[in-house]
Design a protein around this ligand. Sequence first.
Ligand code: NAD
Length: 481
Amino acid sequence: MKRVLNFIDGEFRPPCSGRYIPDVDPATGQVIAEIAESGPADVDAAVAAASRAFESWRKTPAEERSRLLLRVAELIEENFDELARLESEDNGKPIALSRRMDVPRAVLNFRFFATAILHAETRAHMTDDRALNYTLRAPLGVAGLISPWNLPLYLLTWKIAPAVAAGNCCVAKPSELTPLTADRLAALTVEAGIPPGVINIVHGPGASAGRALTSHPKVPLISFTGGTKTGADVMACAGPLFKKVSLELGGKNPNIVFADADLEQAVATSIQSSFSNQGEICLCGSRLFVERAIYDEFLARFVDATKKLRIGDPQDSSTDVGALVSEPHLRKVEGYVELAKEEGGAILAGGNRPADLPQRVRGGYFLEPTVITGLDCARRVMQEEIFGPVVTVTPFDSPDEAIAYANGTRYGLSASVWTRDLQNAHRVAAALDSGTVWVNTWLLRDLRVPFGGMKESGVGREGGFDSLQFFTEAKNVCIKL
Ligand code: NAD
């Protein structure tokens, strides 16, 4: 059986504990690999290797760092099919999605930041004729990078690429549920010629390996993507050590459809935003609000399109909806469907485990895409992040009511608005408590824009120069004239 080892100082090493945890293919329920069960001693070794490597990496010219990272991008492309398959096996996502989204984005993350550092600028301020101030930006040292299971390679590289491009070394801790593409990436960084210790990857549970990183005194910076509850623990560990912290957390994103929207587009994209990756994307629109004048028609079309989605073997390229990431997660999501019934909701589509799956995946963790109506916005199903193929649909009567519903949760990650009225679009976008607002689209990403959440969806912004600022520290130099 494949053993996923830690990647420290340019080599693969077994965990100090000598213990391994199983890695399960969620489509079959079968164990496909064993993962290093790491803890503080492994993190210590990785941080020491990263600290050593930092001394020369920080001095490596940007052009050389850029060249090496562009080579990593090329190697990801050269290994495209294998990475897409590994991602799908590990996470349960349709292979078509890992080919369309996960792997191309990993390539882009490296290309984007490898070239961004060639365009970085710093500022100067003249203080009348008395002084010249200029700003130096320098990497901090060892970056601790913690990522979740839903977009494993996509989000891991979204952290590694800017951290290392900016001149830091890193210790990354991928999700213990989806370690396979991180493991493959580690080997590709060797092939690309990234010096030992610049990129280290430690596997294992969040409570041991993750926490050892967030509470490590020699890791001055933490970039974390994951659940809001975990984010609070990361903050609690990092706070007393005054680490620089960026948190990308959960969401309960509204998707608002006005009566003047292009209905066909709104339905088609809302199907994507509700059920892509089995609803396991932090940016999925899990609360649909539809203006009453078109509510019945929208709902009929939306339910019809939901029922047409093909649930099946993630390795089959025609599959739209694959398996949820794990059995406990499936049970959690099913629990919310039951709760919706108790709270008075009506299930218009889905709600069950699919009956007629192909033989190979009958032991997998599948749930039909589920549409719920009739719930009050204060209900738990409409307040808590479910993170599965479950969406609620609610009518509204005015823009103000839609805004109040949309803003009525503790989250504020992203939102979509569907309208052909430009003034309405601007007004609603400005009023939403949300780090990103998409108008007449969803998940259209330009890597230069600030990305992050409001309220309990996160702290800080990454993306473009915001990422490079996060991964460097500013220093003011003031020269008397
Ligand atoms: P999670 O919080 O359980 O785990 C995320 C990572 O943190 C994993 O690597 C895990 O091992 C680690 N971890 C767990 N406990 C830890 C601790 N105490 N200290 C340090 N590390 C710890 O999240 P998940 O279940 O893997 O991912 C799903 C969540 O991630 C959802 O809430 C989703 O909305 C969120 N998410 C947010 C974004 C975003 O950009 N805002 C993107 C993707 C996912």
